[in-house]
Design a protein around this ligand. Structure first.
Ligand code: SAH
Length: 301
């Protein structure tokens, strides 16, 4: 109990607020990193910038100086109030629009660029919320837990290559920009961080993303298994068979005229992919595979 009290008063004394661990509140205290992140976003004076989790606004005020408008989405109303206080009666005030709430549940407005030091627990859903947002934004510069950032940029054959890597890289160009040590934050998190830049492909690839996600979800569940072995699993064929039945009924076809297991085997043979494994497959491989499945009426969603 006394220990708890000590850390709390420590934080209160420094900032006037107690940081809430559940919201992943680790405030960036090193101004050089903030400046670097802002610079690497390539902000233009005509930009609408979206900031997720502005906290007390260390980054927000620097972005406000450079753009037409900042839309900042903050879940913690106490921090939102701090930020408002900070810009009140300054020329920056009129450029800031604050959305109070969970960014994952908030409908995001138009934005050109996104900048954020986000809580790590929302990293993955946030990346896909941004990438599936329309119209497409120009660029996002985001701070993530190091391992998450490494998975985002991993290439076929890399140890950390996974569904997150391929799904992100289908939709965007991703670059690792810098490592950021724990001590640049207050309070310091338990893990190291990295900043990445995400530039969505524009126009986006002509791919049904839920179908793509359905396929990569299946093959990356066991990324070291051959495709042939993956598609022999009952649970996997069950999904494909059910979707195929639905596909047939929507087209007034008789599902008993076709056998999905045999169709899958034939596709893998034709593409010469029976012995391929997800861990070394690239975007083109998955595109070919998905196209072949879909054109035979085999669907993942
Ligand atoms: N950007 C600030 C604060 C980073 S801490 C800085 O760099 O100093 C992460 C911030 O995200 C906190 O302010 C936290 O309250 C906020 N946050 C956490 N979950 C959120 C969510 N789901 N939606 C919006 N903001 C969130």
């Amino acid at each position: 109990m006394p220990k708890e009290k000590k850390t709390r008063t420590h934080e209160v004394a420094k900032q006037g607020i107690v940081f809430n661990k559940n919201f992943g509140q680790h405030i960036l205290k090193n101004p050089l990193i903030i400046t670097d992140m802002v610079e690497k976003t390539g902000l233009r004076s005509t930009d609408v910038a979206l900031e997720i989790g502005p906290g007390t606004g260390n980054m927000t005020v620097k972005v406000l100086e450079k753009v037409k408008k900042v839309i900042a989405c903050e879940i913690d109303s106490r921090l939102a109030a701090e930020l408002l206080k900070r810009v009140q009666s300054t020329p920056l005030q009129s450029k800031l629009k604050l959305l109070i709430g969970d960014c994952l549940k908030t409908e995001l407005p138009y934005f050109d660029v996104c900048i954020a030091n986000v809580p790590y627990q929302i990293s993955s859903p946030l990346v896909f919320k941004l990438l599936l947002h329309r119209p497409i934004f120009r660029c996002a510069v985001l701070m993530f837990q190091k391992e998450f950032a490494q998975r985002l940029v991993a290439k076929p054959g890399d140890k950390l290559y996974c569904r997150l890597s391929i799904n992100t890289q289908l939709l965007a160009k991703v670059d690792m920009l810098m490592n950021v040590g724990k001590n640049n934050f207050r309070p310091p998190p338990k893990v190291e961080s990295c900043v990445v830049r995400i530039e969505p492909k524009n126009p986006p690839p002509a791919i049904n993303f839920s179908e793509w996600d359905g396929l990569t979800r299946i093959v990356f569940t066991r990324k070291n298994k051959t495709l042939s072995a993956i598609f022999k699993q009952d649970s996997v064929m069950e999904v494909l068979k059910n979707n195929h039945k639905l596909y047939c009924s929507l087209r007034n076809l008789d599902p008993s005229d076709s056998n999905p297991s045999e169709m899958v085997a034939a596709i893998l043979t034709k593409l010469n992919m029976e012995t391929m494994r997800a861990r070394t497959m690239d975007i083109d491989d998955f595109m070919k595979l998905l196209l072949a499945f879909n054109s035979e009426g085999l669907h993942f969603t």
